[in-house]
Design a protein around this ligand. Structure first.
Ligand SMILES: [Zn+2]
Length: 104
């Protein structure tokens, strides 16, 4: 396993350094990469909790989660069986825009 650290600089240290290792945290990249799986309930509960925990602490990721959650409900309400592929494309476009805005 390789451990990569995309953001090495400590921009805003929240002082959330955990020493005992009992509290595992996921970073933004991991949280976002698992966002779709999380929303589709394709990952386990433990992993889902990690994502949820991260979202609770991380505004940019939470914003993305809100969009996903919102769209999911929208799809379910309008059509319980079929989700038009165009919608997925639109979601991804929105996410891309949002990510660009968030990261500057
Ligand atoms: Zn995050």
């Amino acid at each position: 396993m390789t451990q990569e650290r995309p953001s090495e600089g400590t921009e805003q240290g929240t002082g959330a350094t955990v020493g005992d290792g009992a509290h595992v945290r996921v970073d933004c990249a991991e949280a976002l990469s698992k966002l779709f799986a999380f929303l589709d309930a394709e990952i386990g509960e433990a992993e889902g909790d990690l994502i949820r925990e991260h979202l609770a602490d991380c505004e940019p990721c939470l914003a993305e989660y809100d969009i996903e959650d919102h769209v999911k409900k929208l799809v379910k309400r309008s059509c319980s069986d079929c989700a038009p592929p165009e919608l997925h494309v639109r979601i991804r476009q929105q996410l891309t825009v949002l990510r660009t805005q968030t990261l500057g």
